[in-house]
Write a protein that binds this ligand. Sequence first.
Ligand code: BG6
Length: 484
Amino acid sequence: MSFPEGFLWGGAVAANQVEGAWKEGGKGPSVADVATYKPKVDVKDYKAHVGISLEAIEKAMADTDDTYYPKRRGIDFYHHYKEDLELMAKMGFKVFRLSIAWSRIFPTGEEKEPNEEGLAFYEDVFKEMKKLGIEPLVTLSHYEMPLNLATKYNGWTDRRVVDYFVRFSKVCFERFGKYVKYWLNFNEVDSIIRHSFITAGIIPELCGEKGELACCYQALHHQLVAAGIVANMLHEMLPDAWMGCMLTKLMTFPRTCAPLDVAATQKKNLENMFYADVQVFGEYPRMILRDLEKRGFTIKMEPGDLEILRTGTVDFVSFSYYMSMTESVDPNAERTPGNTVLGVKNPYLASSDWGWQIDPVGLRISLIELYDRYKKPLFIVENGVGAKDVVEEDGSIHDPYRIDYFRSHFKEMEKAIDEGVDLMGYTSWAPIDLISASTNQMSKRYGFIYVDQDDMGNGTLKRSCKDSYYWYQKVIATNGADMD
Ligand code: BG6
């Protein structure tokens, strides 16, 4: 058993969770800049963390400080990117996944011309990566649309946002096409149902009588159409480039073998995969359309939309995988948090400090299931564990729990590859500590590289290497042969 030659080992981040510099370089405010750190709210109450209202946005925008708005400061990658990329290159990275903050390029989303300073920033980043021999993997949309598009149009519910996104993508392809081969359209496209504001700029009170969920399905359709247009555009403009979709793989197992638990689980898994189904097969699954119809949701489509979906399919399938969960029809079954979901607890699994259930075998099952279903190259673009790290007096950070997590997942990846799965690469989430997407905490640490900053933004921002840094360096150097 071994990883294929040329396997793309690396790590992944998102602009809004690392860059900071929210008002520099001509950047406009994004939905991430109003995301609020809520120290008094239980981290397991994810709905309270990701919820939004017009009042909260107004309050946030009146506050120019970043203490309670950690994504405004990130880990200051904007000014540290050379140092950070160098640390990643020393770890042996072959690939680094990052996103382009839309509001750095089009500050309100509506400008006719892009912001040159924003373009120049990313161009410098890509040049630096090229110098270091690191292949970029670029997400076009990762929870950071211009705030103006959210407040003015209720985000992706409005069809006009498709055009704005296509304009943004075109500029990215024109300017960065010579550096970037691998692109992703929407990060965790399915997450719109779990956090509609972060993913799609939807403000529930603007949804009116039809309600938030109806807005979500309409916005999702617009994102899927945009993804189709953008895939076709990429293939035309840059024939050697590859477009991928990105799914949160929320692997769900039946809590028991009771047929009703199995049926409920099947429904959950089909729902989870339908977002990728559309982007791979080029059409909505019939059973999903039927389900939407039965629940009273009507998606407004324009002439030509189905043709766009049919032709604008993706070249590879990427996904995040952190945990698994179970499902049961028993209303009293104990639920536990996962990646902004609540699933039924699995008695066979341990959990992270944040309650996410750790399941390496679930990753193997996911890989086999996705490859069997899509028959496209797969890319794991997020996987990792948020944990509390302790800095010893001598500055060292011992994180055996992180090494155990990764080792156990890599072993299962290897088994899936051995069974015939075509896995292109793996980017850990995240190679460097960053701001949590859901809770806006800094103390939920994912990195191999420690960043000296606390939840309130205190700290020197000094980077230091945890034990896991040297372990991952060895794994990459041996292409997975030495995981001890
Ligand atoms: C994924 C997101 O769902 O999970 C990332 O794409 C996010 O942006 C990651 O950071 C981990 O979630 P959290 O809430 O612990 O940051």
